[in-house]
Ligand binder design. Structure first.
Ligand SMILES: [Ca+2]
Ligand SMILES: [Ca+2]
Ligand SMILES: [Ca+2]
Ligand SMILES: [Zn+2]
Length: 409
């Protein structure tokens, strides 16, 4: 479901970063749905306005260093993204962007959109979104700092490419893992550091939850459903529906056209009750449970779109299983018919099974139950904790921006 256009501001802060162990990328989320924001599949256009054309320490210009952070085949974000790619053009030196014009612009300024820079802020990225979808992200670099381009330990001048990797990660929808209570080495941590001069594993994992890894998932087709074991213990299976497809004859799941379904299959070890949810998936899912031997001749057992319509957008079903019967579980993304197809990204499917003891299929009839409504135990998004968003709004600049952080239609 779409809601109002909203903007947030993300800051890159100058200072020493923390490096330790753990895992946990974080996302910029839609507060209403608890789900991450991301660009729709396809091209993410970016306009770059360099400050100058000087040759920097690593041989780059500002323009080529910024472009490398977006799309260099060994250093940029693009190589990790399964269904979206930055595409940049370099425009006039000294040019500036416009806030709220639905165009992604990268430029340098001593007063970003008329505001004063907060102390120690290197750069900002705006985060306009609508529903769960990013619609604009401008990145502005602080001209009060001297910008160079280099790897390794931090120097007195700032490493443009390192800060750009961070800011463009915000553009993709990533938040600060350290602000979310995580202790990982990541270019997305809130402070620039010597520990991460390039995209790190945690950064990649976060980006791929949103945009998937390159390629098509192995369980795209019904016939390639991944067999799973579910006895009595609550179990979770993960994957991606990025670049998945809808097959000819495939039913709509939860009465939505979808279009990026992935499949699992499970044979009931005994009679009993199964509960499935897609909680932890990073997008608005649909879920269907079927029996049948081909994708075009399935019998529906139970299906669900949202636990709470438009608010808690993961899916949850309960059904009574018969010993020896094979059930097919389809997870698809909700399709808003906005031209972007079904939502996609990291999928989590959780299952629990309560055996009623019988192992004899004394009846061939299948009992269905209605879907359940389960209160969320978290915001519903994967990775990272909540509460980080307010962390961006410290200091004078942030307060100024906070006033501008308004729904706009
Ligand atoms: Ca803009
Ligand atoms: Ca499929
Ligand atoms: Ca849903
Ligand atoms: Zn940041």
């Amino acid at each position: 479901m779409r809601t109002n256009r909203v903007k947030r501001l993300l800051l890159a802060i100058l200072g020493a970063g923390l490096a330790a162990l753990a895992c946990g990328f974080a996302f910029i989320k839609n507060d209403s749905t608890g789900l991450p924001l991301r660009w729709p599949p396809g091209t993410i256009p970016v306009r770059i306005y360099p400050q100058n054309s000087n040759i920097l320490s690593d041989g780059n210009t500002q323009a080529s260093s910024l472009q490398a952070a977006l799309q260099d085949p060994t250093r940029g974000w693009n190589r990790y993204l399964g269904d979206a790619q930055f595409s940049s053009v370099v425009l006039g030196i000294g040019g500036a962007g416009i806030d709220g014009n639905n165009i992604n612009e990268v430029f340098f300024s001593n007063s970003p959109y008329g505001k004063s820079w907060d102390t120690n802020t290197l750069a900002v990225t705006t985060a306009w979104y609508s529903g769960n979808q990013r619609i604009e992200g401008d990145t502005i670099f602080n001209t009060q700092y001297t910008w160079d381009s280099y790897r390794g330990p931090l120097r007195s001048s700032q490493d443009l490419q390192r800060v750009a990797l961070h800011e463009f990660g915000h553009n993709l929808g990533l938040d600060h893992p350290d602000d979310a209570g995580q202790t990982v080495i990541a270019v997305m941590n809130s402070h620039v550091s010597s520990a991460a001069d390039s995209i790190q594993t945690d950064d990649v994992n976060g980006a791929q939850q949103l945009y998937g890894p390159p390629g098509i998932p192995a369980n795209d087709n019904f016939s390639a459903a991944i067999p799973i074991v579910l006895t009595s213990v609550t179990t979770a299976w993960t994957g991606f529906n990025t670049n998945a497809t809808k097959e000819a004859g495939e039913p709509n799941h939860a009465n939505n056209s979808g279009g990026r379904s992935v499949w699992w299959k499970w044979t009931a070890p005994s009679n009993g009750t199964v509960m499935l949810t897609t909680q932890g998936s990073v997008f608005d899912t649909t879920l269907g449970v079927y029996v049948g031997s081909s994708v075009s001749s399935l019998s529906l057992i139970v299906q669900n779109d949202d636990v709470q319509s438009g608010v808690i957008q993961y899916s949850s079903v309960v059904f009574v299983a018969t010993a020896g019967t094979t059930y097919y579980f389809a997870v698809d993304g909700f399709n808003e018919a906005d031209g972007h197809g079904a939502d996609s990204g990291g999928v989590t499917l959780n299952g629990s099974f309560t055996s009623s003891g019988g192992t004899t299929s004394s009846t061939s009839s299948i009992t269905t139950t209605t879907t359940t409504t389960i209160p969320p135990t978290t915001g519903g998004g994967g990775g990272g904790g909540g509460g980080a968003i307010e962390g961006w709004f410290s200091g004078a600049l942030a307060l100024a921006w906070l006033i501008r952080w308004r729904p706009k239609k």
